[in-house]
Write a protein that binds this ligand. Structure first.
Ligand code: PLP
Length: 429
């Protein structure tokens, strides 16, 4: 494939945009080469500036679970845009999407809309701190919760030592309140809770991790965390920005039957427009301004365009619940057949999957937390695989630490083409 125009556009972009991109992982830095500039997309396909057509397994990093330019979503946005894009007043559609979200997701009474997943998790943690009156939080290594300061933290040597920031610009003062735990390690969490007794406001996690590849919670892990929180008054926050409205209509809470205290959303809930949200039962949500003391606001929060896209998306999912089964089946199909061709070609690999989240790791050992994900990352092999797939018309995330985001727009013919590409590429690894 030729990427002449993409490379020219990237050269221009780099002069006026840091690294040529508005979000770092788009830049292909991890895999090498220039990023591809997309001109348009429809259903499961991307069309780039050089006229190449790609089968898309990123789907805007998760939001487009029904594929690109899904007609009901596009129609809703066009119709509402003609009436004005933002009023800074309440609008009926905000109540409509809130009612639908509260109906679809278990265990929540109220929901507040924001503009990104980052804002959702940041606000959820402030709310948890305000509600409990405690300052520390526990997060897990390898879980991504957006780019706000409290989350850009790595632990020092021991698990109970204060964290040190892993981005310049995050202060020590902020870092010391974030305690880092190991995913799927309940004992580790118990020790942290014990060592910081009475000081922890919340535990935040991706209940199915998707930002170190896909990592399912071990049997009993979520239940164990729930129990710790029930015993200590710590709140548990499920960051369902990736899993919400994807793994089930009610997300991981529904799929795995464990209740969270606060749930964060993003990605699918905006139907491809900038939306995030956080939700909880009344007791917690009523702690928010204007009725409660915890401040949180947004000039464009709940704006009509974003709400129209989100509402159209949620309506599609709510009234066609077989979509969730269909997309899981497609992903299982891909899983089984990729496994077969990788085995046939003697590749060391492990595939993790929960529903329509799937990731291929190029190591033999099981991937269960950040350390094992890093060990199995095998970046050289992944990079070859990534570029090989691209050459064969398949666009997966340019990072060994991302899940593939399956959309229901993919046909079995697209999946077969993808499996053929995996077969072809794995012969070159
Ligand atoms: C994408 C993501 C975020 C951040 O959302 P943005 O909209 O990019 O700010 C937070 N948490 C999880 C689990 C995510 O996957």
């Amino acid at each position: 494939m030729i990427y002449k125009r993409s490379s020219e556009l990237f050269a221009s972009a780099q002069k006026v945009i840091p690294g040529g991109v508005n979000s770092p992982v788009r830049a292909f830095k991890a895999v090498g080469g220039d990023p591809i500039f997309i001109k348009k997309a429809e259903g499961p396909y991307l069309y780039d500036e050089d006229g190449n057509k790609l089968i898309d397994y990123i789907n805007s990093w998760g939001p487009l679970i029904l594929g690109h330019a899904h007609k009901p979503v596009i129609d809703a946005v066009i119709a509402i845009a003609k009436k004005g894009t933002s009023f800074g007043t309440p609008t009926e559609i905000e109540t409509k999407i809130a009612e639908l979200a509260v109906k679809m997701v278990p265990n929540i009474d109220k929901i507040r809309m924001v503009n990104s997943g980052t804002e959702a998790t940041m606000s959820a943690v402030r709310l948890a701190r305000g509600f409990t009156g405690k300052e520390k939080i526990i997060k897990f290594a390898g879980c991504y919760h957006g780019h706000s300061d409290s989350f850009l933290i790595q632990a020092g040597s021991g698990a109970v030592t204060f964290g040190t920031p892993n981005s310049p610009g995050v202060t020590q003062g902020t870092a010391k309140d974030t305690l880092l735990a190991k995913y799927n390690d309940l004992d580790n969490v118990k020790k942290l809770v014990e060592a910081n007794k009475g000081e922890i406001s919340c535990i935040i996690l991706e209940p199915v991790a998707g930002n170190m590849g896909c990592i399912p919670p071990n049997e009993g892990f979520l239940e164990g965390l729930r129990k710790i929180c029930d015993e200590t008054g710590i709140l548990i926050i499920f960051d369902e920005v990736m899993t919400g409205f994807r793994l089930a209509p009610g997300g991981v809470q529904e799929r795995m039957g464990v209740n969270a205290d606060i749930v964060c959303f993003g990605k699918v809930i905006g139907g491809g427009l900038p939306v995030g949200a956080f939700a909880a039962r009344n007791e917690i949500m009523d702690y928010l301004a204007p009725i409660g003391p915890v401040y949180q606001a947004g000039t464009l929060s709940g704006n009509p365009l974003a709400m129209a896209a989100g509402l159209a998306m949620l309506k599609e999912l709510d009234s066609n619940r077989e979509i969730f089964e269909s997309i899981d089946k497609k992903t299982a199909y891909l899983h089984e057949r990729m496994e077969k061709v990788l085995l046939q070609n003697n590749i060391d690999f492990s595939i993790n999957r929960v529903g329509s989240m799937i990731s291929v790791h190029f190591g033999k050992e099981p991937v269960t937390d950040f350390a094992s994900a890093a060990e199995s990352a095998n970046l050289g092999t992944f990079n070859k695989f990534f570029h090989g797939m691209l050459e064969n018309g398949v666009y997966i995330a340019p990072s060994a630490f991302e899940t593939w985001f399956i959309s229901d727009a993919l046909s079995y013919d697209d999946l077969d083409k993808t499996i053929e590409a995996v077969d072809k590429v794995s012969k070159t690894l």
